[in-house]
Design a protein around this ligand. Structure first.
Ligand code: C2E
Ligand code: CA
Ligand code: CA
Length: 844
């Protein structure tokens, strides 16, 4: 019904518009037709007047020419004229006696009177005066005049025409002079009498007046000015021009203004009318459109609401005031598995429940300021499985009276599960499934908060995990970690926590740990349990563990503090030997603190140039010839004085400062050696840590380049520990170093872990027997045999063998007897400052 109204209204307004347009068109058409007929009248009137004036002008011209010819003939076809001028040349008769003389000028207006033949002008009167001027001097048309006159003679006629005469337009008349009774044949020279009348306004105006034209003029131009007409005057180059009245245009001019005004008024009126009518119709249209649009918008918004409601929810529900379900949308059945019919009429609270609030109370508080409009609820689907959903609700009011509730339900079971999973992941180690650092901290924190201040924290570190991971691959490493986690679980109680910190570090948090002895027993059990071989891929893997223990009742604090203390204890336990555990003590902490301080100071010290090099020569076995000079670094500490490398090199290795430190030593040693008076070899100690933390080959190359020291003068002392971590890489690096041209010396030989077999693989030039063996020389035979074995090995492999730490003559003698190649020690020279060394070199 509404749609019908809209369409009739719309067609009515369309009709209005069409009527207006039609009416306006009709008026415009009538106006156009009127104007067209007016135009036709105007043009016809003008044309007629033009024709009339042209006819008048032509007839004037004809009658003028005719009278001129007639007048001339009366003088030319005349016996006396023939006698006196046609044959003779009697000026007396002609001029003096005024037969054809001055009167023609004075009373008839002829400016020129001539008698001419082909060659001569036999008689000329110009402006009434007898003249000697020939006719051709006054006009270019002489020959035309002659020709025309001769032709006219055949008809016994005179001729006339228009010429330029004295640079002005003129009318001539001419005829052959002859006796009147002798037609056609004129004996004699056939002279021609010519009268010339200039066409001046004085001549022309009376002519114009005679036919009622405003004026005549003669011009040399051949076009119409507006309101003029013209006529060509033969070939003279002149046109006769006269004004033409335009009665049609005049009529139009008089009629036009009132007509235009009237038209304008009509048009304006029409326009105003049309606008008014159109705006009324447009307003109607708009109203109709708005009506239609708002109806459309309502439809769209209903659809949108439905779409949004469906998208934002799984199903929509409605209840009455008693919370009995009155409506359930289609997807309810799909999601819950219940037919809609089964639940209609039953209370919503039978279907749903909520852990945190009473559903009924929550619905009641809806609309209050601090109420929330969604609630997490759960229900059991038709299979009895628990589903979790987010319920939204709104009260339905009618005249302020509660009618019931309406809302949506959105299934978030998967979301909740995913959230729980993320929660779990963020709290657990992905590999072992054990709690991670986050959960560990939270656990300790919670335990401390709950007043269970009696905790033990054990940190456990696998002693030989790295080789397994490196040599057998990550799958083996992973298997070990998983198995360790599992075994730790078996020896702890449910109230304890086993966590993985990362790498091969695990943490045990033990609630109510009891006495120190009980903890010792636990540690013992952990070590024993983990020592049992782990099967992987048909292989038996062996690991060992070290532990650090802290009891919260002894060293309270934050979770982070407990972990730190246990870590310090672990550090000390490892330092004391593997497969071991230690309880944390305050002294350990102090030592750690001291170390940190020293580390900070070392960093500054390196930057501020507090490092110095001392130099200790190494001699051939003769004890005289210098084989090399070893650079040994010291730290000039601002408060503590000169500190030896044993105190700060391990620290630098731990903190990474070793790279900076090592580079400084390299550069300093090379440039110092470069300046020595003798081209002696310089030996520089390099830490294995430098090999793993920095590009040693690049560093050495740059030190050489920088100092200008030839590569063959540089020797690098490297302990065999360099091969402990990454055999492949260490080998590649040392080969590259050899390619640079430097020498390689294996330092502290006999103390490391490497087997003698490695020696063959590595490109060492020399080996240095550790001072431990040297200093034992002469004390026991077994030590001597070790030294001897090393010397023999070196000889066998073509390596130079050095003994360091030679302090006594006896040691030197024995080494000499055993054919050691080189010696170094306090006996021969202590490490000295460069200044002293240079002095020694100069004195030989
Ligand atoms: P090292 O390479 O084995 O150096 C020999 C150490 O023995 C030096 O100690 C030296 O002063 C000492 N020594 C020499 N002759 C005798 C002797 O007859 N009797 C005794 N008891 N000792 C002797 P120093 O200078 O304290 O250096 C200790 C260690 O520090 C060095 O052992 C070396 O491993 C390391 N080191 C020194 N300078 C550097 C360096 O620039 N870089 C690196 N990475 N380590 C360095
Ligand atoms: Ca050394
Ligand atoms: Ca050494």
């Amino acid at each position: 019904m509404q749609a019908g109204t809209t369409s009739t209204s719309a067609s009515r307004s369309r009709l209005t518009r069409q009527l207006i347009l039609g009416f306006s068109g009709a008026i415009l058409l009538i106006l156009a037709v009127g104007l067209a007929s007016l135009y036709r009248i105007v043009v016809a009137l003008d044309e007629r007047e033009q024709l009339r004036s042209a006819f008048l002008a032509g007839s004037v011209r004809q009658s003028l020419e005719k009278s001129e010819k007639t007048y001339l003939l009366s003088h030319a076809f005349w016996q006396a004229a023939y006698d006196e001028l046609g044959i003779g040349n009697n000026r007396q008769w002609a001029y003096a006696e005024d037969n054809i003389g001055p009167t023609l000028y004075s009373s008839d207006g002829y400016a020129g009177v001539f008698v001419i033949d082909e060659n001569t002008t036999s008689y000329a009167v110009v402006d009434g005066q007898l003249s000697d001027q020939p006719l051709e001097a006054l006009t270019p048309a002489k020959q035309r005049i002659l020709a025309q006159a001769r032709v006219a003679l055949l008809d016994d006629q005179a001729t006339s025409g228009y010429i330029r005469f004295r640079d002005g337009p003129a009318l001539f008349s001419a005829a052959v002079i002859r006796p009147p009774q002798l037609p056609h044949h004129v004996p004699g020279p056939q002279r021609v009498l010519v009268f010339v009348r200039p066409l001046t306004p004085v001549v022309l105006q009376p002519l114009a007046d005679s036919v009622g034209l405003a004026s005549f003029s003669v011009t040399a131009r051949g076009y119409d000015a507006p309101g003029e007409d013209h006529m060509r005057l033969d070939n003279s180059g002149y046109w006769l021009v006269w004004p033409v009245q335009r009665p049609g245009s005049e009529l139009a001019l008089t009629v036009m203004p009132p007509l235009a005004l009237a038209t304008l008024v009509i048009l304006l009126a029409m326009l105003a009318f049309a606008r008014q009518a159109l705006s009324v119709s447009a307003r109607n249209d708009r109203n109709y459109q708005e009506l239609a649009a708002s109806r459309e918008a309502l439809k769209v918004s209903e659809e949108r609401f439905k779409a949004v409601a469906e998208a934002a929810s799984d199903w929509i529900w409605e209840t009455d005031a008693q919370l009995r379900l009155t409506y359930l949308s289609g997807r309810f059945a799909e999601l819950t598995g219940y037919p809609v019919q089964e639940w209609l009429g039953r209370p919503l609270t039978d279907l749903m429940s909520c852990d945190t609030a009473h559903l009924q109370h929550w619905l009641a508080q809806l609309g209050s300021v601090n109420g929330s409009d969604s609630l997490r609820c759960q229900y059991r689907d038709h299979l009895g499985q628990q589903r979790i959903c987010r319920l939204t609700a709104r009260p339905v009011l009618h005249h302020e009276q509660l009618q019931g509730f309406r809302g949506t339900s959105f299934d978030i079971t998967d979301e909740v599960a995913a959230h729980a999973r993320i929660q779990h992941l963020s709290q657990h180690d992905a590999l072992t499934g054990l709690p991670n650092r986050n959960k560990l901290f939270a656990f300790i924190e919670q335990a401390l908060l709950e007043g269970k201040a009696d905790l033990a924290v054990l940190i456990l570190d696998l002693d030989n995990f790295k080789p397994i991971n490196d040599h057998l691959g990550h799958p083996a490493g992973d298997a070990v970690l998983i198995e360790v986690g599992r075994r730790l679980g078996t020896i702890t109680r449910d109230s304890d926590l086993v966590a993985r910190l990362g790498g091969d570090e695990f943490v045990l948090v033990v609630a109510r740990p009891g006495t120190r002895e009980e903890m010792d027993a636990l540690c013992q059990r952990v070590i024993v349990t983990l020592r049992r071989p782990i099967e992987h891929d048909g292989q038996q893997l062996h690991i060992d563990a070290s532990l650090g223990v802290v009891l919260s009742r002894e060293h309270g604090g934050q979770p982070a503090d407990l972990i730190k203390y246990a870590d310090i204890a672990l550090y000390n336990a490892k330092a004391a030997g593997k497969g071991n555990w230690l309880h944390f003590s305050a002294q350990m902490n102090d030592a750690v603190q001291g170390k940190r301080t020293l580390e900070r100071e070392l960093a500054l010290g390196i930057e501020h140039g507090q490092l110095v090099l001392h130099f200790q020569p190494r001699f051939l076995i003769d004890g005289v010839t210098v084989a090399s000079v070893e650079a040994l670094v010291r730290w000039q500490h601002p408060q503590r004085g000169l500190i030896g490398p044993d105190e700060f090199i391990p620290l630098a290795e731990e903190s990474g400062l070793i790279v900076q430190l090592g580079n400084w030593v390299l550069r300093e040693a090379c440039s110092t050696a470069k300046a020595w008076p003798q081209p002696v070899l310089v030996s520089v100690n390099m830490s294995p840590a430098q090999f793993t933390r920095s590009n040693v080959v690049r560093d050495v190359r740059e030190a050489l380049l920088h100092s200008g020291l030839p590569a063959h003068r540089l020797e690098l002392e490297i302990t065999e520990n360099v091969m402990l971590n990454d055999i492949e890489n260490a080998l590649a690096t040392m080969t590259a170093l050899k390619e640079l041209g430097v020498r390689l010396n294996m330092d502290d030989f006999g103390t490391g872990y490497s087997s003698l077999g490695y020696l063959r693989t590595y490109p060492f030039d020399s080996i240095k027997i550790d001072k431990r063996f040297v200093q034992a020389l002469g004390k026991s035979d077994s030590d001597r045999s070790v030294v001897q074995a090393i010397i023999n090995l070196g000889n066998a492999m073509g390596m130079t063998v050095t003994a360091e730490g030679v302090e006594t003559e006896r040691q030197l003698d024995l080494l000499s007897a055993d054919q050691c190649h080189e010696v170094q020690g306090y006996l021969l020279s202590r490490p000295v400052e460069n200044r002293v060394l240079v002095g020694m070199m100069k004195n030989g």
